[in-house]
Design a protein. Structure first.
Ligand code: SF4
Ligand SMILES: [Zn+2]
Length: 323
């Protein structure tokens, strides 16, 4: 039996409740874009050429999930594919249909690039999972990363525009689906301060448009362009102080899972204060209680001065952004 790249049970905050959730990362035909500077997920893909073979490998992963988890007890499922769940070239339609059958009656959040958000396909999927229990059974999650087209293009190489994202949101709304936006805090080439300002602006701009906003502090994944610069000392993941200050001052509830928090490849401070801050951010994401964040921010640490110094004194490298 094929296994997904990852699959784990957890909890998620959803409209005032905490729901048990299953997060699934399916191995697929791979992301069609396949270029983002910080992404290593795109390297995990099947190279099978025929749609039938690819479909059988994916269906086998769904079998593995249903054999291993008591799905009846899990009301929410988040599906990631290291690309786009609704790209028929990456996930054959027969697999999308099978997933809809398997996760019928649940809240489903499925990740996709905006170019694959098409009202008809979403309606079909939603009709299959909908049992009338949830007002919005399907939410499409898109890695918008930033609302700034220049940063998305030059620092990430994401390959779509803010306008493309808005068009996808319109398609999702036509289908009656919800929208979740993922933002990337501190992509390559930005100073700590530039990254902070970019996220402040992005959260403000997207908050009236997406139903759910999640911010990913950037981590250095292996075999990526970002890792190349990190090894040269030309990139540092964001300070957890920056992450805290963004979450505290955001005009809406922004969830955050600081993957790799406290490690040199992930968002980190000095090493002494990291653990408590990462825990506070995780607890906040399940409770929307900003008091938890304010407590650790105010408790401080000697490295908070360093962060403030970096914010005010770090200069852009003046590295050429084009060849
Ligand atoms: S679109 Fe997503 S999966 Fe594809 S390369 Fe970019 S970050 Fe990776
Ligand atoms: Zn510290």
């Amino acid at each position: 039996m094929e296994k997904p790249l990852a699959c784990w049970k957890g909890n998620d905050y959803y409209k005032g409740d905490v729901l048990p959730s299953l997060t699934i990362i399916l191995k697929t035909g791979g992301c069609r874009h396949n270029r983002c500077r910080m992404c290593s997920y795109r390297l995990e893909r099947y190279t099978e050429r025929t749609e039938d073979h690819l479909a059988s490998l994916l269906l086998s992963q769904l079998d593995w999930i249903s054999a291993r988890y008591a799905l009846d007890e899990i009301p929410m499922v988040k599906i990631y594919t290291s690309g786009s769940f609704f790209d028929a070239g990456e996930v054959p339609p027969v697999v999308v249909d099978a997933a809809a059958g398997l996760f019928r009656g649940k809240v489903v959040i499925a990740e996709t690039r905006p170019e694959f958000v098409e009202a008809g396909r979403l309606e079909e999927f939603q009709a299959r999972i909908d049992t009338g229990e949830w007002k919005t059974p399907l939410t499409v999650a898109m890695g918008l990363e930033t609302t700034n087209d220049f940063i998305r293009e030059k620092c990430i190489d994401k390959g779509f525009s803010w306008e493309d994202f808005l068009a996808a949101v319109r398609e999702a709304r036509t289908a009656g689906a919800g929208v979740k936006a993922y933002l990337l805090h501190k992509p390559l080439f930005l100073t700590e301060q530039e990254a902070l300002l970019d996220m402040q602006q992005s959260i403000r701009t997207v908050s009236g448009i997406a139903d759910l906003v999640s911010m990913n502090p950037c981590t250095v994944q292996r075999h990526t362009e970002l890792e190349y610069y990190w090894k040269l000392g030309a990139y540092r993941p964001p300070y957890l102080w920056s992450v805290l200050s963004l979450l505290i001052s955001a005009p809406v509830f922004v969830t955050c899972d600081p993957v790799g928090g406290g490690r040199s490849r992930g968002p980190h401070n000095c090493g002494k204060c990291d653990h408590d801050i990462v825990s506070a951010i995780r607890d906040f994401s399940l409770s929307n209680d900003r008091g938890l964040l304010k407590d650790v921010f105010e408790k401080g640490c000697s490295c908070r001065d360093e962060w403030e110094y970096v914010l005010s004194r770090e200069m852009p490298y003046s590295m050429p952004l084009t060849r």
